[in-house]
Design a protein around this ligand. Structure first.
Ligand code: PMV
Length: 307
């Protein structure tokens, strides 16, 4: 089992970094909101290059310095300290090497990093109990502890051995501003969609189909399943009551261009969106990524790409 968490002591300060992850089969909707039990199993790929750095040291009073809302972070610090029996006051800083709260799963990296940091601070090893606990900060955080493909079932999180385990990632940044509807709100609202029941019934078989396609190294078929999955999640958003939407007309246009590229060339990225307007691209190799980005820049050179 390969840990994705990195840590080091610099004198009295503990530094921990945790990666983000992108869901290929999305966690969307809750079976139990208090327990943060997901309505379905999800499958992600860990984004080694998109990381949160957490620094912890002793302090006179608890204080946090975070790029996201500090109330949510501080609230989870309290829960973690109680769970890990930490009584001393701590100063905690968190920073990301990628844009925050716009659909690059900064909360996954932040809450995984925070959980890992306080676990190590308390002298414990990072084991399954704390990996699972991290979901109380942000559900997707529990998938950020392992490298490669990671599956989160209701009561367990585990890395999955599949081919294509050295993928490259980029995000077309169409909008870097924090999103108007948080994923916590989205998890609640999707239950009002008339499509939600059918999705929950079918999503586990889509997950199995995806795992089979990847196992068979069928890149194109896997890409089609991943696309159907994000479109379904966004259909839940637009059919919820009240309805909400992250896909701008530019987003739809660029998504279509990316998918056309794959169809025309017979190679190219898996395309997916999180709860945000930015387009995630996943490649098998650096050369596949460069070939795609060269053509992309010819057409959309004015758009920023995070990689
Ligand atoms: O971890 P949360 O509560 O921010 O929810 C994540 C939801 C999605 O990013 C849209 C999908 C996922 O599985 O990561």
């Amino acid at each position: 089992m390969q840990s994705a968490i990195k840590s080091e002591w610099l004198g009295e300060t503990l530094r921990v970094s945790a990666p983000s992850n992108i869901a290929l089969i999305k966690y969307m909707g809750l079976e139990n909101a208090e327990e943060k039990l997901p309505a379905n199993t999800s499958l992600s790929y860990t984004l080694e290059h998109a990381r949160t750095l957490i620094e912890v040291k002793s302090a006179c009073a608890d204080k946090v310095d975070v790029p996201m809302g500090s109330a949510r972070f501080l609230n989870f610090v309290k829960k973690l300290k109680a769970e890990l029996l930490i009584t001393e006051s701590l100063s905690i800083t968190s920073s990301n090497n990628f844009p925050t709260a716009c659909g690059i799963a900064s909360s996954a990296a932040s809450f995984a990093g925070l959980t890992a940091a306080l676990t190590l601070w308390s002298g414990k090893k990072i084991e399954q109990d704390m990996v699972y606990f991290s979901r109380l900060g942000s559900g997707s955080a529990c998938r950020s502890f392992y490298t490669g493909f990671v599956e989160w079932q209701k009561y367990a999180v585990k890395p999955i051995a599949l081919p294509f385990n050295d993928l490259r990632h980029a995000v077309i940044l169409l909008d870097k501003s924090p999103k108007a509807i948080s994923s916590s709100t989205a998890h609640k609202l999707v239950a009002t969609s008339p499509l939600f029941k059918a999705r929950i019934k079918n999503v586990e078989s889509r997950l199995n189909e995806l795992k089979i396609a990847i196992s068979n190294k069928n890149w194109q078929e896997a890409g089609e399943i991943i696309k159907a999955e994000y479109l379904e999640m966004h259909a839940l958003f637009s059919s919820a009551n009240p309805s909400f939407n992250y896909r701008t007309s530019l987003c739809v246009e660029v998504e279509r261009w990316c998918c056309d590229f794959v169809r025309l060339h017979g190679f190219g990225p898996w395309v997916t969106l999180d709860a945000g307007p930015n387009i995630h691209l996943i490649f098998r190799s650096n050369s596949e990524k460069q070939d795609f980005l060269t053509e992309f820049n010819n057409k959309y050179g004015h758009l920023e790409v995070y990689q």
